[in-house]
Structures are given as C-alpha cells and as structure tokens.
Design a protein around this ligand. Structure first.
Ligand code: CO
Length: 172
C-alpha cells in the first residue's frame, strides 16, 4: 500500500528506531515501503519515514536502470536491523536528496565503501561489502534509523542557506 511520506519538521524523523523482532510484520512493512518508494520515484526509504519506528529500510535502484551507461545490477531489497561493521577511510562526495526533504539536493561526504550486516526479508543474516550507489543509499537510510538526516552532514553555512527552503517544507 502506498502511504504518505512524513516530511521534514515532524518529530518522528528525529527519533531512534527500535530493533525489528519476530512479532513484527516485516512482509507488510516491506510491501508498504516498496509501494511508497516506487510511487515517489525514490531510491531508498526508511520505516520511520512512513511512521514506523523500526530499524528497517529499502533500497530500490530500479530508477537508474533506464540509464544505458549503468552496468550495476538493480538492487531492490529490504534491510532489517542493519549494522555498519566497517567504513573505508576514503570518503567521497555524492549528491543526495530525501523523500522527506523534497526539492533539496546537496553534495554529502561519506565513506566510499562499507561492510554491513543485516537480515533480509527471509530473516537470513547477511554480511557483505557495499560500494557505489548501494553504499551511499545504505548510509543515508541507516542514518534515518538514528534520527539523522542528510542535511545534518552539511556545513553550517550550507545549512543556513537552506533554512528558508526547509522552513517552507515545515510549513507546507
Ligand atoms: Co532520506
């Protein structure tokens, strides 16, 4: 089911999310996250962005598949109780946006590669190294689970320049 994406300004986006347990309906959560991220033409969406304070998010790189140059396989996956085990010392800039912060796109610096552990939809534990767009989206969505938004990573001057745009979202 497509559900409304919670916008910047709502306190729920700043909350710490709870571990997913066996009693949680992860299939419903996954379906709602995928329906909503696809409808919104996003590439990632965290549970807290649809009002569920649980440690889970989806990555959906299918919007990149129309790009002929792109050779990386499509990632369409839920990540449950994710952890970042290692981060590369090398950091890179990449432009990020967020469905909760519409109309704002800024370069954010993050580690290029990460080693992660998570449960998939079948609740199998997986450990793998991510790079490229998957590493980028993973880190952005992982931050959501701890109440952190990509605009928090910008320098104070950039933040100041965005203040008016952000206030518009809060008052929309
Ligand atoms: Co986001």
């Amino acid at each position: 089911m497509v559900v409304p994406v919670i916008l910047y300004g709502y306190p729920i986006l700043r909350k710490q999310c709870f571990e997913v347990t066996k009693s949680d309906d992860t299939f419903l959560l996954s379906a709602n996250l995928f329906d909503t991220v696809k409808k919104s033409k996003g590439i990632g969406l965290a549970a807290s962005q649809i009002g569920i304070l649980k440690r889970a998010f989806v990555i959906d790189t299918s919007p990149f598949s129309s790009d002929q140059e792109n050779t990386t396989p499509i990632c369409e996956q839920i990540f449950i109780n994710p952890e970042i085990l290692e981060q590369s010392a090398n950091k890179i800039y990449y432009e990020e946006g967020c469905l909760s912060i519409p109309g704002i796109f800024e370069e954010v610096q993050r580690p290029e590669k990460i080693t992660v552990r998570y449960l998939n939809l079948e609740l199998n534990q997986i450990e793998e190294e991510l790079d490229g767009i998957r590493a980028r989206i993973f880190q952005h969505e992982f931050d959501h689970l701890n109440g952190i938004l990509f605009i928090d990573k910008l320098n104070p001057l950039k933040r100041k320049l965005l203040a008016r745009k952000l206030n518009k979202i809060v008052n929309s």
